[in-house]
Design a protein around this ligand. Structure first.
Ligand SMILES: Nc1nc2c(ncn2[C@@H]2O[C@H](COP(=O)(O)OP(=O)(O)OP(=O)(O)O)[C@@H](O)[C@H]2O)c(=O)[nH]1
Ligand SMILES: [Mg+2]
Length: 247
């Protein structure tokens, strides 16, 4: 069986060889080049990946172009910066292929040296905590390694084309009553230069996009609103308990 793997890519020449050579059998990489100037597209072609060019800038635009280009029944997403290991894709795709879950997300477990800045980690945990409490879905991380059926993902009708895309996918999946499942994956130090959560401008852009998606899509499921001290405390407690191996 073939499973398509969408890899949004903006200047990832340092990561591409490692990522592509670790793609497991049965998983076809679709590198979506979103205006790279470092030769990423040429490297990906040379390494045998299907390369899709998306001229409209934006993380969501790249993800969605990959989803539309995919032809397999099942589609995975993952970042193309070597922070996630393609060899762990089967554990993400497995429950969807077996019909046990509709959307599987990789809960990132940072190892030594992983660059996961505190602000990104807390912001992410707050969002996941809010989703968990209000919808009952067992989610702790809006992780970028995911799997679902292709036709059902397209039917969700995501409209964000920036950094709100992954959150919109989860919100729409919850609203549609999908069975969500979380599986642990390793979170490694990325290759190459940090662009989003490791930079101030990238973080501000991502936070603004997610706020907008929360307001527009989350309103329907009472998930919008500002971050409260309670949200932050809840997220911090989960992180602490996790550190002690309890969560
Ligand atoms: N299309 C598109 N892709 C992007 C953009 N920024 C990053 N990407 C890609 O999307 C994936 C995730 O971006 P990252 O830069 O790893 O974001 P992050 O993990 O939040 O933060 P850092 O790893 O610290 O940069 C990577 O494969 C990037 O190449 C963007 O503006 N547009
Ligand atoms: Mg990254």
């Amino acid at each position: 069986m073939k499973i398509d793997v969408v890899l949004p890519c903006l200047d990832e020449e340092a990561a591409l060889p490692w990522v592509l050579e670790r793609m497991p059998d049965g998983f076809r990489p679709i590198v979506v080049d979103n205006g790279s100037t470092d030769g990423s597209a040429e490297i990906a072609v040379r390494l045998g990946a299907l390369v899709v060019t998306e001229p409209r800038r934006g993380f969501g635009a790249a993800c969605h172009a990959g989803l539309t280009a995919a032809t397999a029944d099942f589609v995975c997403f993952m970042d193309c910066d070597a922070s996630l290991d393609p060899r762990q894709l089967p554990r993400i795709a497995g429950p969807v292929v077996a019909g046990e879950a509709d959307l599987v997300l990789g809960r990132r477990v940072p190892g030594a040296g992983a660059a996961w800045p505190t602000h990104a980690r807390l912001g992410n945990a707050v969002l996941a905590g809010r989703l968990r409490r209000r919808t009952g879905v067992p989610l702790h991380d809006l992780g970028p390694m995911r799997a679902a059926r292709r036709d059902r993902l397209i039917a969700l009708g995501m409209t964000d084309r920036r950094f709100g895309y992954p959150l919109e996918m989860v919100l729409r999946a919850c609203a549609a009553g999908w069975r969500l499942r979380e599986v642990e994956v390793d979170y490694l130090p990325r290759a190459g230069r940090s662009k989003v959560t490791g930079t101030v401008s990238g973080t501000l852009r991502a936070a603004a996009d997610m706020r907008r998606v929360m307001a527009e899509v989350g309103a329907a499921s009472r998930l919008s609103g500002t971050v409260t001290p309670g949200d932050l405390a809840g997220a911090a407690i989960v992180e602490l308990r996790r550190g002690r191996g309890e969560a």
